[in-house]
Design a binder for this molecule. Sequence first.
Ligand SMILES: [Fe+2]
Length: 506
Amino acid sequence: MERREALKNIFSLSIAAAVAPLPSFANLSLVEGGVLKQNAQLFQKALLTNPNLQGFVGLKHNISEQVLKVEGAIPADFKGSFYRNGPAIHQRQGQRYTHLFEGDGMVQQFSFTEQGVTHRAKFINTAKFEKEQQAGKFLFSGPDSKLKNSRSVTGPDSINTANTNVLPVNGELWALWEAGSATAIDPKTLNTKGVIDLGKNTHYGSSLKGLAFSAHPKVDPDGTIWNFGSTVTGDIVLYHLNKLGATQKVNILKTNYRGGMLHDFLVTHKHLLIILPSIIKDKTKDTFFGAISFDEQVPLRVLVVDKATLTLKREYNLDPGFAFHFGNAWEDQQGNIRFDASLYPNLDNLHYMSEVMKGKVSHPEQAKTTFFTLYKNGRTTKETIPGVSEFPRIYNHLTGLKNNTLVTLSSVESDVWSDAVRVINTHTGKQDRFTYGKEYLVEEHVVVDSSQKEGSGYLVGTALHVPSKRTCVNIFKANRVSDGPVCRAWLPDAIPLGFHGNFMPT
Ligand SMILES: [Fe+2]
């Protein structure tokens, strides 16, 4: 089959899955007005007694530029904008989504200059957001939340919320989801420019429109961009873009993957690592995230793909496990590969993010940083280090190369959300940690370093202070994290908890 024809077929199947009719029992609950209304009521009640839930309330409006109150001093060489993305509308007209991943994306911008720190935020004007904003209510069923009279979904981008990550590409920001197109944003105005058509001006033509482009692209030190997209067929689409964001090569990897969801991947200087977790779809359930189940009979599969041809070179089966996120991978001259994962023993954390939408806080088992070595002869080893780990980041210039430093969030005092940030030496295991404490809900911290020298530069990240209902942005010296932030700037209010972001220097 021609590649272009195959891509078209994958796209058709994605549409078919998105618009498939619901089983009859689901329709019954919808007629009664259902789950979304009940979710809103349960959350509102729980919010009265659990202030930690304020991170999941959401916003109704954009936030105009505001000057933040600064504690400490902004380092002289820390200039630029820190952009973050996350779901910020969870509820409309008394109906509340049933999974945290469904809300409409909003870009937060924190700008650092000699004059101080400013903040503003704008919803991403996706096609879905614009229509629902105008109507003042939800119009489209999401992956888990089913509406009785959902408007027709003609492709993944009909319900694209662009809510997961934001990546600087050739003077634009790309707001990323994982089941459809990237959305271009103007980094100065935060205005939405439109969805990216990766086939435009290439021989792929319109065949790439709406194809899944994950929220975790990897950028080589020379700016080359790699990404994947997970499809309902179980095949994985692989992308090679140049540093300007122009498509160079696309290929389909036949995997027979039955998990449905695939969130992140890795690159070395020669290979892509597609890491398929031990999950399957429970066909008796009618919601996307709700149907995903951990299967301890299914190995964690690592597919090693050649960057030059985007074809499979070898495969490893590891002990069962699940990871949303990976930090980095690199390989030695013999072709032995080392990588790290924030590894969970099961899938409870994914379902926790459904429970929290109705105000229920449980305590699922958390992820731990695990280092894997994949030897060329097929042997594998793994080593898990102590402490909770999520949202791993590295120095960007070492993507795919040997790294000594891994930055992760952790949970020390809190059993609700992350409450600490730490820098791990990947070879000695030594950790340098700052614990915000259980009064804070801590979000991803990103390395900011212009010198391209591991250990230098800064970390920047946000945290919601629960008692005062305010969010702060914090700068740490990367080699002295346990000293605490050298600069902290306060918003007057709390903003919704988001997922990922990146720093764009000026
Ligand atoms: Fe992620």
